[in-house]
Design a protein around this ligand. Structure first.
Ligand code: SF4
Ligand code: SF4
Length: 364
């Protein structure tokens, strides 16, 4: 499953709520979003995996281990790229993704390699099928979270989006993981197809023992771009009238919840994660992006060649981050201009936030 923290503007608002706060980009925190294959047993409507761009390789255990080693503290190549010594990350967090990462038989070895290399946290994003008997190959103390993607509270709502039988498989996987003592979270990708069902999710998650919930907005890339993304887009009013109550209900039930900021609040400066954060989106063909919105295009900043991380020449995504535009996120302006509204004088009505920026509400 691929459920890195994407979200495009899609005219949705930020749903700022009393008691919620923006999750700041943390200096000194490195995140590795590691796609260890692109193959999947499902074909979700909103899947962003694009094998023409991301390859079809399944990484073996030795390669996973070697590539994990490129992103830990002490990599001079990354640490000499202009960040101050104070901000050199002590720890890296890894999120194993696919495709469906549990289809890769080397996942358990990869998890253990990350632990041995001192990774700060280890998460596996899964569609819930839990192939290769993964829950019996690793121990709860080796994985911080299995994060399950569920896009509806019933098979009728979820399966048309994610595939027939996927609701049963995912909820069975969640229950098994909870029962075995693993940390479990859940991700809901909101679109016009399922926003009406979002209010039903907190009760379901609570019943299953899930205590962390990530709401994200569909990004019009990969499959959704091919399959008529405009129809899936979520409009601002719908988002603003739905999300606040869902967030409040999660908090009442003791569920930690995050959701995309979408717009930069008036009292905040715009920040691009490509400049101020330390995120790497690694694909099995060796492409390494620093912005998830760019992944349909060969403009990645780095690539892994012969086991080494190398910087690519201009023009790549990093050449674009510094462009200061009144619309906020430059990549959104290039890729999704239809999502930006302008006033009569031609100025944008809102600044679009970085797709990596989140709001959170921590239960009391
Ligand atoms: S589970 Fe769905 S979204 Fe995730 S990789 Fe498979 S097809 Fe794509
Ligand atoms: S703000 Fe920067 S990192 Fe964030 S989505 Fe836009 S271009 Fe990408």
């Amino acid at each position: 499953m691929q459920d890195e923290p994407h979200g495009s503007a899609n005219n949705a608002g930020n749903g700022r709520l009393p008691g919620s706060r923006t999750v700041e980009f943390q200096p000194g925190t490195r995140n590795l979003f590691f796609h260890i294959l692109t193959r999947c047993n499902l074909n979700c409507m909103h899947c962003y995996i694009n094998q023409e761009q991301h390859g079809t390789e399944t990484l073996d255990a030795a390669t996973i281990k070697r590539w994990l080693g490129l992103f830990v503290k002490g990599n001079d190549f990354l640490e000499n790229r202009g960040i101050s010594a104070d901000n050199v990350p002590e720890k890296t967090n890894v999120i194993f993704l696919g495709g469906e990462p549990t289809l890769n038989p080397a996942l358990a070895d990869g998890i253990r390699a990350a632990r041995a290399l001192g990774y700060g946290s280890v998460t596996v994003d899964t569609n819930g099928y839990l192939f290769n008997d993964i829950l019996h190959k690793v121990r709860p103390e080796e994985v911080d979270y299995f994060s399950f993607s569920l896009d509806g509270s019933t098979p009728e709502k979820n399966d048309p989006i994610r595939g027939s039988g996927s609701f049963e498989a995912c909820t069975a996987g969640i229950r098994q993981a909870v029962q075995m003592g693993f940390g479990v979270s859940s991700i809901f990708t909101a679109s016009s197809r399922n926003i009406d069902d979002l209010p039903n999710m907190p009760e379901l998650l609570h019943d299953m023992g899930v205590r962390r919930f990530f709401i994200q907005i569909i990004g019009i890339r990969g499959n959704s771009a091919k399959k008529g993304g405009a129809e899936l887009q979520l409009h601002r009013k719908r988002w603003e009238t739905t999300v606040p109550d869902v967030v409040k209900r999660c908090a009442e039930l003791g569920i930690y919840v995050t959701w995309p900021s979408v717009y930069v609040p008036d009292d905040r400066q715009f920040a691009c994660a490509g400049i101020v954060a330390d995120n790497y989106f690694v694909f099995p063909n060796g492409r390494v992006y620093t912005c998830p919105l760019c992944e349909d295009y060969p403009i990645h900043t780095y690539e892994i060649r012969d086991g080494m991380l190398v910087k690519r020449p201009p023009i790549n995504e990093q050449d674009l981050y510094g462009l200061k535009i009144p619309e906020g996120c430059v990549m959104n302006r290039i890729l999704h201009p239809m999502n930006i509204e302008y006033g009569p004088d031609g100025t944008p009505r809102d600044r679009v936030a970085c797709c990596m920026l989140k709001e959170e509400l921590i239960p009391a």
